[in-house]
Design a protein around this ligand. Sequence first.
Ligand code: SAH
Ligand code: SF4
Length: 385
Amino acid sequence: MLPNIKSLTREELAAQLEAWGEKAYRAKQVLDWLYVHSVASWDEMTNLAKPLREKLAATFSLQSLELVRMQGARDTTQKFLWRLADHSLIESVLIPASPSFDGETSDRHTLCVSTQVGCAYGCKFCASGLDGWKRNLLPFEIVEQVMAVERWGGEQAKVLSLESQVPSQPPDAAAAKLQNPYSRLIDNVVIMGMGEPLANYENLLQALRILNAGWGGRLGARKITVSTSGLAPQIRRFADEPEQFRLAVSLHGATDEVRQKIMPVNRKFPLRELTAALDYYQAKKGKMLLFEYILIAGVNDALDQVRPLAALAGKLYAKVNLIPYNAVEGLPWARPDDATCEAFLVALRKQKIVCTLRREKGHDIDAACGQLRLKTERELQSAVR
Ligand code: SAH
Ligand code: SF4
């Protein structure tokens, strides 16, 4: 199989073009076709000579992801299930303006992106790890989740503007947005889909650099958040990267006792080691971390967890995002009732910790990542049987 051109940085593409004796400006032309005009074929790259297009086609693949299933209504959380070339399934989730992701209510969109097929870390509550780990995603498979949803957004805007076309009225905002090939639907990317991103370190960083580049995804580094279950050595490595990507840590327990009940990774990197790595990250980056804390009934929602959680968050200047657990079919865990979640939030605020509680209902449709894939895999298996 040919390497995909969207796994390449500008420098790598430029080096290849130079080796073919092409002028330096050709790299920019190719990248504009890929990331501004989002073309699906080499023949659409009309300002390149045919022999160059043929050489590119013989050297690189331009393949995208195949959309196999969507779930969710317009203006709410939308799930995209993609099929890869080896028939693996992965998912991305588009979340409209969400205070728990970006702290404000507006017309912003956040895309939740996957980095592996399955997950090897086996957290007890998570759908992504249920069938184990299959493989790492390649850089373009991470980049293309964003680009393919952008293309989908462009198509939606086209439909919306056709629906609202009344001859006497000026074109609406969606149509205006569509006319500008540089505008983007997605404002924030969170690497919180299927997989442990820091266990696919090189491909993740390559993809983030492509998404962050002015010639590529044009997403600011601060608009990109990587979530980890707590791989201490990779957190240190991430702290040493020059970019200001954000880091979120899936804590879910503020003591080793609670955490290792639900997260096997805690045996390898207990809280002492994790917090030492986060200290290093904080010292290097000097900015706020995010702690994700799923509230699971009877596991980590008792008020005696508030003090140790506040102590960790306070020491590391971390903001805490409380997330009521989404039930996963076949797993025994449940979400606490609303009053318990609110009481946990109030108690944490009393400890002067900056925190939010995710309340939106959009997350109820097979909400957490990994669940639509799991459902589809199981439906496919029962269809085969
Ligand atoms: N592997 C990384 C990133 C993917 S998981 C990590 O663990 O951080 C993204 C977030 O969704 C994690 O905080 C994870 O703990 C959480 N999550 C997984 N299953 C969930 C569920 N059923 N309900 C709510 N959150 C869930
Ligand atoms: Fe993997 Fe994250 Fe799910 Fe744990 S929570 S199994 S690390 S995807």
